[in-house]
Design a protein around this ligand. Sequence first.
Ligand code: ZN
Ligand code: ZN
Length: 253
Amino acid sequence: MRLVDSHCHLDDSQFDADREQVIERARAAGIERLLAIGTGHGPPDLETAIRLADRYAFIYATIGVHPHDASKAAPETFVRMRGLAAHPKVLAIGEIGLDYHYDFSPPETQRQVFEQQLHIAGETGKPIVIHTREAWSDTIALLRQFPARGIMHCFTGGEQQAHEALDLGFHLGFGGVLTFPKADAVRQAARITPDDRLLVETDCPYLAPVPHRGKRNEPAYLLETVRRLAAVRERTPEEIAGLTTRNFERLCF
Ligand SMILES: [Zn+2]
Ligand SMILES: [Zn+2]
């Protein structure tokens, strides 16, 4: 099976003790490409995923300021991002967006920083990776104002939100939440998403799928989400792997 994990935080300190083994297990599980998210602990360091991508051929990187870190962004952050976007392994700008659940950065600052990065995506032609939590209508409003293509990562909405994102041209990234017992609405969203808009991700080390729920997540566990998605869509895991891999390649290369 050829798989792409479209969202990983491999730079997280939870992997410090055994990162090499985690990466080896990912390869052994059939993960052919892996998108390392480069938001880290926020600016000024924008290169946390690039450092991994420089070391491993199958790892690719994003650059971006997470909404949690919006207050740490400065004018030079965006200058630096424009430069790093030219790195051959930087595939996308992300994860960017709005998160009103935690108020690590004021909403107004989050919106400004999101908007700045939507401009960078537009200028550089890169897709974006969206993080949105308890901020759906503001996120959609900004995306309508500044059109972009990309991924709604860790999609946890229902059918209505799925249609809104799909109508804007977005891909939906499904992760471990899809396997949670109470996630019927998410499974319904996964059922109605067209074949050519589906992606899978772990968001590791967070949100491990059943039966690893509650433990540290890692790319090798992506298979559990793929199996569940296959059951939901009445397809084989091989078919889901094939189409999500093709979707990733079409979006990012
Ligand atoms: Zn996120
Ligand atoms: Zn993430």
